[in-house]
Design a protein. Sequence first.
Length: 319
Amino acid sequence: PAVLHVFALPPARAPFGPPAAGSYNRAMRRQDYASDMPPEGALGGDGLARLLEDVAAGRVEPSAALDRLRHLPAEPLGYATLDHHRALRKGFPEVIFCQGKSSEHVASIFARLATANERVLATRATPEQAEAVRGLTPEAQFDPTARTIWLDRAPRVPRLGGIALLCAGTADLPVAEEAACTLRLMGHEPECFFDVGVAGLHRLTAALPALGRANVVIVVAGMEGALPSVVGGLVEAPVIAVPTSVGYGASFNGLAALLGMLNSCAPGVSVVNIDNGFGAAFQAAAINRRIPTPAPGSAPARSAESTRHDADPSLRTPV
């Protein structure tokens, strides 16, 4: 109640207004925003507990803490309103959907979120957007396959096991890698099996032990979208199916796979939107983190090093 009362107080400074005409350009740098950056950055879920501890220990004056808390619920930028409360409500900060946004806006939003959170994620990003982001946030990383830009200031924090990620074909990799990147930033290390589609179903046998111990399984497939139904008939865990836009003309850019997955006769299969690897990963993480104990026979939490499996058992790294 005390914190909510703080949120209700009127702001001590004018809200951020829309940018001046022509103020954004490809040569912009971090100092362009220094003048109106909230003191020590806006607060996200990562820093709120530390701020309260600092106030209790006398390291931070209550007035200084109050000034920072004013930016916790939302930060208006004119072209966007950042939700700094997202991590407290959902367990992960607001994620940037880059498609349709200018490089300058993506870079500015990413930089603002990076002042408040240890981890930041942007999806559907282009190389040009990644270049602009790194102009303001040099430590940001870009994965051209996953089309994600991310920042992870706590890479060595152990991650939870319990999630298996399957990909039907190599052409589906961008969607699968988007899911994998999202899971890792959210604190989960997926066991990945790529190119195990129904055209060579024997390739799936290498994944059966991981599927049996998983708390949740993500299955990414294009074409006719049959793989989630196959997996759904083999496992007890919930299956999150991700249709992709991969396929020839009659696939209708993923609509055939979407309808096939929605009509699955295997129980326990849910479906997200076409190419939505992020949405599948977020749902899987929400399920996995609410399970208090590991699945029977599952591996312990692992470090940030990725474990990727494939059809050749000799290439598999022990969990």
